[in-house]
Design a protein around this ligand. Structure first.
Ligand code: CA
Length: 662
């Protein structure tokens, strides 16, 4: 991983209250505005106001930076690229104008705000220098706001948001688990069920003018995770520079830190940093279409690897018995069946889920590792993250939370040849919990283990920061399809949201692709899948994670269509390139990912209107004139054909299609 920065001459501006920071092509401009003693920023894109004047500043226990005076700005052009082996593209690049603005508070203490302004992305963070004796601060509150425009009738701004749940509720008091529903295309003023604001990332549509995705990145054990607070309306206070809408109000969301109840009340809600120090990056991705949002790399552009990997990690595909066969399958006999399934499919991994410590035992795991090895399959083992922050009794518990036991356990796994762990049920977003994620990742790398998190928060740049990090749930994932028919009824809508929101900023371990019609071991009862077999295949491309644990069951070797099994054997889990082709969040999506010289184009439809995808249009969108094309379509009676360029595939509601090109 190498970052090459081309530095341009620094421009210094001083003694000027209002400054502009354009992106390289000038389409995006950040303006920082001083109004009396308060600092605001706004973001324009192609001459339109995408973010209204929004407050900046923070208060610490030592210094109050809520009121500031602008002192100076240094800026430079910065471009570079770097390798990424686990996400939506294998080579990521950035080209930004970087500006560091220095402000002074009433006591003369300095605060800096660093902006990176690209053509479709803005990232910024606060930097607190060390001045005098004070070597650390607690951040009590961050003023940072994101203010969008709306009409007074609230018919301009549409929101695609998932609420932050109450803490210490739900299954074994494990929430927040970042598994709530999304509001789809709702007005900003519609309240959510909890009243604690929204989990990142947050997507907004600005009438016909464009889209904005707000998130954060670079959060490690030295800070807490943040979220957006509840909607509040602002109007009239701030002079407006632009009127791209005849009359408007500010739909404003402020950065909020974790809630006191999280993590069973353990740990502070106020992050503490050493000085000089910086906050994580707040990110804004914006575009007239959804293309910049689907294709953004800003979550990784502004972060750096935190350690070198102890070895090369191999990504790929896996089976997991728990998703369809549930707790009863955590036994030697069923695990062998799933290892046989993985082997028959040519998958690298089998995940042994909760309760293995008592139902299979450590000696049993040794036997399973050998059994799997003989079949070219390796194991992942499940752990609870707990701890003293929930009521989880699914074992193993109380190991990953203790550094002494954790390292002993990891040494056992390394000596045995276990390849990774799935750690579940985290306590929230406090700094203490973020440090826990980091400690698990860092220790696991020492012992050659990859790490998947479930019951967890959004990854924030972690694919680049931690070389053995291979996935997070942080979504209402496949288990809910097993638990509830409503979830199955809504499956297509949810699947047509994730490429634009959750999966746009981080890998997503969804654990899907069911070939059972009924999501039960018998395939005769349980919830009923509403989506087609080909829809399920499309999700293997739509949902991106470097290790995909698919929801196949052993019976699918006999009862699933051969074309589906062949596709699952073939489909990659890592990508060289990702391209948005078409879509509306929650309605339909057409997305392409390239691995080597092959493009995999996935289409999925969640609405009554038939989705039509023309082969020639797809080829044109990818800049290809002629290529070998294979089309998998046909719902629950799937087939693979070599379509002519003029072929249009018709996709009804709850169905999908996959094109393999090259
Ligand atoms: Ca979960």
């Amino acid at each position: 991983m190498m970052a090459v920065a081309h530095m341009c001459a620094a421009i210094a501006v001083s003694g000027q209250a209002d400054v502009s920071i354009p992106g390289p092509d000038g389409s995006t401009v950040v303006k920082v505005i001083e109004r009396e003693t308060q600092i605001y920023y706004q973001v324009e894109h192609n001459g339109k106001l995408f973010l209204n004047s929004s407050r900046l500043g923070l208060r610490t226990n030592a210094f109050d930076f809520s009121e500031l005076e602008f002192v100076t700005m240094d800026s430079e052009r910065m471009a570079g690229d770097y390798d990424m082996n686990r996400s939506k593209a294998s080579r990521m690049s950035y080209d930004v104008n970087r500006a560091v603005l220095t402000f002074r508070n009433k006591e003369g203490k300095s605060l800096q705000i660093e902006f990176h302004v690209g053509n479709n992305d803005v990232a910024f963070r606060y930097i607190i220098p060390k001045e005098g004796e004070t070597g650390s601060v607690r951040i009590l509150d961050e003023m940072t706001e994101f203010s969008l425009l709306d009409t007074p009738q609230h018919d301009y701004l549409k929101t695609y948001l998932t609420p932050q749940s109450h803490s210490m509720i739900g299954w074994k008091r494990t929430k927040p688990s970042y598994e709530e529903y999304y509001g789809v295309g709702k007005s900003a003023v519609e309240p959510n069920e909890y009243g604690h604001g929204y989990t990142f990332p947050c997507l907004y549509q600005l009438g016909g003018d464009g889209w904005v995705l707000i998130s954060e990145t670079g959060v490690d054990g030295r800070y807490c995770g943040s979220r957006l607070g509840e909607y509040h309306e602002t109007s009239g206070e701030i002079p407006m520079y632009y009127n791209n809408h005849p009359s408007y109000v500010g739909a404003t969301y402020k950065i909020e830190y974790p809630m006191p109840e999280e993590n069973n009340g353990n740990g502070t809600v106020e992050p503490a940093i050493a000085l000089p120090g910086a906050t994580p990056w707040r990110t804004i991705t914006l575009g007239e279409t959804l293309k910049p949002i689907v294709e953004t790399t800003v979550a990784w552009d502004v972060v750096e690897p935190l350690y070198e990997p102890s070895r090369d990690y191999q990504f790929g595909k896996g089976t997991w018995s728990w998703i369809v066969w549930q707790d009863e399958s955590i036994c030697m006999e069923d695990q062998k069946k799933y290892i046989d399934l993985a082997s028959a499919m040519g998958f690298n991994y089998n995940l042994v889920d909760n309760w293995w410590d008592t139902r299979i035992g450590r000696e049993g795991i040794e036997e399973l590792v050998s059994y799997a090895r003989e079949r070219n399959v390796e194991l992942f083992l499940w752990y609870s993250s707990s701890g003293w922050w929930n009521d989880i009794e699914q074992g193993p518990i109380n190991i990953m939370s203790n550094p002494i036991l954790r390292k002993k356990e990891m040494k056992w796994m390394r000596d045995l040849g276990v390849k990774g762990i799935k750690v579940d049920f985290f306590g929230g977003d406090k700094q203490e919990t973020m440090a826990h994620y980091e400690a698990i990742l860092s220790d696991a790398d020492e012992y050659g283990l990859m790490v998947i998190f479930h019951g967890c928060t959004l990854p924030r740049g972690w694919e680049k920061m931690y070389p053995n990090y291979v996935g997070s749930e942080a979504v209402r994932a496949s288990e809910n399809l097993v638990f509830s028919q409503y979830e199955c009824d809504q499956e297509a809508q949810a699947a047509c949201l994730h490429p634009f929101i959750r999966n746009a900023v981080g890998v997503m371990e969804f654990g899907g692709c069911f070939m059972n019609e009924r999501l039960h071991r018998s395939n005769q009862r349980g919830t009923t899948r509403r989506t087609t077999d080909v829809f399920q295949l499309a999700t293997c491309v739509l949902f991106q994670n470097p290790i995909q644990n698919f929801a196949l069951a052993p019976n699918n070797l006999e009862d699933a269509p051969k074309v589906c099994l062949d596709f699952l054997r073939e489909v990659p889990t890592t990508w060289d390139e990702t391209r948005y082709i078409d879509g509306i969040p929650g309605e339909y999506v057409v997305l392409a990912r390239r691995n080597g010289d092959k493009w995999y184009v996935a289409a999925a439809n969640a609405v009554d209107q038939t989705l039509e995808v023309n082969v020639k249009d797809v080829l044109e969108a990818l800049g290809l004139d002629k290529a070998d094309v294979r089309l998998i379509s046909g719902g629950n009676d799937p087939s693979e054909i070599a379509p002519k360029a003029k072929h249009t595939v018709k996709i009804p509601k709850n169905d999908g299609a996959v094109l393999i090109i090259g």
